[in-house]
Write a protein that binds this ligand. Structure first.
Ligand code: DX5
Ligand code: ZN
Length: 222
């Protein structure tokens, strides 16, 4: 039973002070930083590109940079984010036809590779990919904005992935993203999540260190 990972998402931070957000995440005891890249096409919202990741990386932070590409044609962007200093690059299976090729390109660029599914996509869409992945990101909201309510039924997919991983002896981490907070984190970890992405709940928390400590104390049954 491993300690879960808390990955605060800077989507909910003050974009005029991203360096401050980085410092706040580090001070909380969280070890990952979730970077939501939105293109205004795959999702309606727009955020930032690889330069922002490179500039944050240059702040010599020890945080693990977890880039989540919510973009069409992720093959055009993913290797660029790896080169900019993302430790893991995750793209959406709904946006990519030749996913094995892109996983290989992300690995060749020196990053861990992840694939994400939106709430309406079943785990079976990943069946052929799972042995090649370092991370599977299960969205528990339709992506586009922070601060949405978690779609609880998606947690069934988290348990399904954890079971498949156990049966097949695979190693990928399971991340969950969307509407996670201190109150529902125990249920998310109980479902089998290894990585909890948290945007608004983290950045709106009056005590991020206490929030992080409560998440890190949870244990998954898987
Ligand atoms: C949603 C993004 C999430 C978002 C989560 O489209 O992918 O990473 O930042 O924010 P909360 O935790 O507020 O739902
Ligand atoms: Zn995300």
């Amino acid at each position: 039973m491993r300690e879960p990972v808390l990955a605060p998402s800077i989507l909910s931070a003050d974009f005029a002070d991203l360096a401050g957000a980085l410092a706040r995440v580090e001070a909380s005891g969280a070890t990952w930083l979730h970077l939501d890249v939105m293109d205004g096409r795959f999702v309606p919202n727009l955020t930032f590109g690889a330069k922002t990741v490179a500039d944050l990386r240059a702040r010599s932070s020890r945080l693990y940079f977890d880039a989540h590409l919510m973009t069409v044609e992720p093959e055009r962007l993913a290797p660029e984010f790896a080169k900019a200093g993302a430790d893991a690059v995750t793209f959406h299976v709904e946006a990519c036809v030749h996913a094995h090729r892109l996983v290989r390109e992300i690995h060749d660029a020196g990053a861990a590779a992840g694939v994400s599914i939106v709430p309406s996509t079943p785990v079976s869409a990943l069946s052929e990919l799972l042995p090649d992945l370092d991370l599977v990101l299960v969205m528990t909201v339709d992506p586009g904005w922070g601060g949405q309510r978690m779609i609880e039924s998606c947690l069934g997919k988290v348990s399904e992935l954890a079971e498949r991983r156990r049966k097949a002896g695979l190693k990928f981490r399971i991340a969950v993203d969307g509407g996670i907070n201190g109150a529902n984190a125990p249920e998310v970890v109980a479902a089998g999540a290894d990585v909890l992405v948290m945007g608004s709940a983290f950045f709106e928390s009056p005590d991020p260190a206490a929030l992080a400590a409560s998440v890190l104390a949870l244990r998954s049954p898987y």
